[in-house]
Design a protein around this ligand. Structure first.
Ligand code: ADP
Length: 368
């Protein structure tokens, strides 16, 4: 019987539990044994109770739970070869050579490194006497498939990551709450949202809530942004709007790489010689990551989880490692490392203030 293992790694995101459920049940449905690795790579390195066989009923109720019920962690040991060697040993002892990982670009990079190194890790386990030739014989190759779990929607090659629509929904709900009190007092609110290098959450939240002004990392404002923002907000107030909402992505920068902070924006809006608005700052923080997943993320995680099991069973030593994407509403398989590489290059270009190049790169479609 083929054994398929699943783990969640890196930052958690709503919808990860739907992916666990889908993978476990699809693996069982296809006649495999399903395993979960608890606590991300830490579970692989520590082994023991952190690698558990899962039955159909073990994942009952998972669709409506937030976060990840099998835990996630950052694992320093997995960055180093000795950690990965122990991980390989634990996998072989449990009879696992098919692994599906749901995480961000870091977790997926680690997974690919592990797969590439696998043959040499197996060799070392034998040469050091850790395992016998007979023990490792059936495990000469490791198949892995990635699922992208992230609220940031920051991975190239997929239209949506598992969790991004839940985070967006949560942000919109919070902005609605803030708007009510802002309107009552005729106040301005500067709201910081998550997203790392990616402005997707901030931009979409701006569109969905009708914010007055939005700052994102990918498209910094012109140097006169201070006048521009004040002018627009003044106009909105003139038209009778009793509330002002400015959304800032946590990675927002000006054209010269300087961070745009909520305090800077607040001081401008509150300036007695200018708009003189009663202004407050709200940093939404981890409420964006928590809570239950919206229907879209449950659906995405389920469809992608099903496809991930099929893909990991299809994989051969010759096939390129893939991750499961959604492209123009279709569930697709895409080359994992091209997507990770492009994501990291885009982030680097943004850091170097090469915004046009970054956006052009993000728009290109790498081939399957
Ligand atoms: P995310 O997956 O959300 O991007 P991290 O970058 O923190 O989160 O990665 C999660 C875990 O994946 C790390 O704690 C580490 O165990 C593993 N990992 C990340 N990058 C690598 C790498 N280059 N080599 C090996 N393991 C890695």
């Amino acid at each position: 019987k083929k054994k398929v293992a699943f783990m969640t790694s890196g930052g958690d995101s709503p919808g990860m539990n739907a992916a666990i459920r889908a993978v476990v049940r699809m693996a069982i449905y296809l006649g495999c044994d399903a395993y979960c690795i608890y606590e991300g790579y830490e579970g692989l390195v520590q082994g023991g109770k952190l690698i558990r066989k899962m039955e159909w009923n073990d994942v009952r109720g998972y669709l409506s739970e937030g976060g990840t019920l099998i835990g996630t962690a950052r694992c320093m040991a997995f960055y180093e070869r000795p950690g990965r060697l122990t991980a390989a040993k634990n996998m072989i002892l449990n009879g696992i050579d098919a692994l599906i990982i749901c995480g961000g670009d870091g977790s997926l990079t680690g997974a690919d490194k592990f797969r590439q190194e696998w043959p040499s890790l197996v060799k070392e386990l034998v040469s050091t006497g850790s395992l016998t030739k007979e023990q490792v014989a059936p495990y000469q190759h490791l198949n892995i498939v990635g699922l992208v779990g992230s609220i940031d929607n920051d991975l190239s090659g997929t239209d949506a990551t598992i969790g991004c629509y839940s985070a967006l929904a949560r942000i919109c709900e919070m902005v609605d709450y803030i708007e009510a009190t802002a309107s009552s007092h005729s106040r301005a609110f500067v709201i910081e949202v998550m997203g790392r290098h990616c402005g997707w959450l901030a931009l979409m939240a701006g569109v969905a809530t009708g914010a007055d002004f939005v700052f994102i990392p990918e498209k910094p404002r012109e140097d006169n942004w201070e006048e521009e923002m004040c002018q627009i907000i003044k106009q909105h107030r003139h038209w009778g709007k009793r509330k002002t909402i400015v959304i800032i992505a946590e990675g927002a920068r000006d054209r010269h790489g300087g961070k745009i902070t909520p305090d800077m924006v607040k001081n401008l809006l509150a300036d007695k010689k200018g708009l003189a608005l009663d202004t407050r700052i709200t940093t939404l923080g981890h409420v964006q990551r928590g809570g239950t997943a919206v229907a879209y993320d449950r659906m995405l995680a389920t469809l992608q989880g099903v496809e991930a099991v099929k893909a990991v069973l299809d994989a051969t030593p010759e096939t390129e490692t893939c991750f499961i994407a959604i492209t123009e509403n279709k569930i697709t398989r895409k080359p994992l490392m091209s997507a990770v590489k492009e994501t990291q290059e885009v982030a680097k270009l943004i850091e170097e203030q090469q915004f046009d190049k970054a956006m052009a790169l993000r728009d290109t479609e790498f081939s399957d």
